[in-house]
Design a protein around this ligand. Structure first.
Ligand SMILES: [Zn+2]
Length: 265
């Protein structure tokens, strides 16, 4: 498949985790042993950061939430040295071995930790061992609802643990079919009153500014998970939209508690 037209951008990405987190050790090293293992992630990542500085390279660092929690200075250092902070999830469990609910808690916890520590908004996600596969594509919807803007988990190869062999090799937006399935799901949720999605239009020209998603907690509490995004060409409206939506939620909706994705901004 040819590269997209125009100059090629080479993306450098790093997964920030310890040697004992990798999936090949699942079942050999119990998770309860992680805290007693000698950690090398700080020293190794700092060596990489120095090398990157030396060669004026900037990259995206997908940080494991478990690591962020124990080594917050490392997270701050990655951000302060000009790299993009992204999420590698919290507990390094394969996506297709989790329920959507457990997966949601895991990605929310990791994103919140990295954002709170660094003050940077986390947009990217990479699954442990690239474990977004044909049987865990539901994960993309959860990531979107939790405020992620892109996923870097789908490996276009054959492999025993991961891969979607016919996936595009280059960064791509959702296909039309995926987009339609997503719209239909939100329409079904709206009809069932289990989730509420709104398109935000510019009153002056009816152009689309972005979307707002309101999902009340399914356990019958007074909580709701809220997310919104604006189109790249409307990036300047992001803060204003979040403000308006927050005010609207507290005035017109009955929720006691709102978790607004990306609120660390
Ligand atoms: Zn990993």
């Amino acid at each position: 498949m040819p590269a997209p037209a125009g100059s090629r951008l080479n993306a450098m990405t790093i997964d920030v985790e310890d040697y004992f987190h990798v999936s090949v050790f699942d079942g050999v090293l119990p998770r309860s042993s992680w805290d007693s293992m000698e950690s090398r992630v700080v020293a190794n990542t700092e060596r990489l950061l120095d090398l990157f500085d030396e060669h004026a390279v900037r990259g995206t660092f997908f940080v494991l939430g478990w690591v962020a929690e124990r080594f917050p200075d490392l997270v701050r250092s990655i951000g302060a040295r000009g790299h993009e902070l992204a999420s590698h999830g919290y507990a390094h469990r394969l996506v297709y071995e989790q329920t959507p609910e457990i997966f949601r808690d895991d990605v929310r916890r990791a994103k919140g930790l990295i954002e709170d520590i660094s003050g940077h908004r986390v947009k990217g996600y990479r699954a442990p061992s690239f474990s977004v596969t044909a049987r865990s594509l539901w994960a993309l919807d959860v990531l979107l609802e939790e405020g992620h803007r892109y996923d870097a988990s789908i490996f276009p190869i054959r492999h025993d643990r991961y891969g979607i062999p016919d996936a595009p090799r280059w960064p791509h937006p959702m296909t039309l079919d995926e987009n339609r399935a997503d719209l239909e799901r939100h329409a079904r949720d709206f009809a069932a009153r289990s989730g509420f999605t709104y398109t935000v239009l510019d009153p002056s020209d009816r152009g689309v500014i972005g979307c707002v998603y309101i999902y009340p907690d399914t356990k019958g509490t007074d909580e709701a998970a809220v997310n919104s995004w604006v189109r790249a060409t409307r990036a300047a409206s992001d803060a204003a939209l979040r403000e308006v939506v927050s005010a609207w939620l507290s005035e017109a909706w009955p929720f006691e508690r709102i978790s607004y994705a990306g609120a660390a901004d």
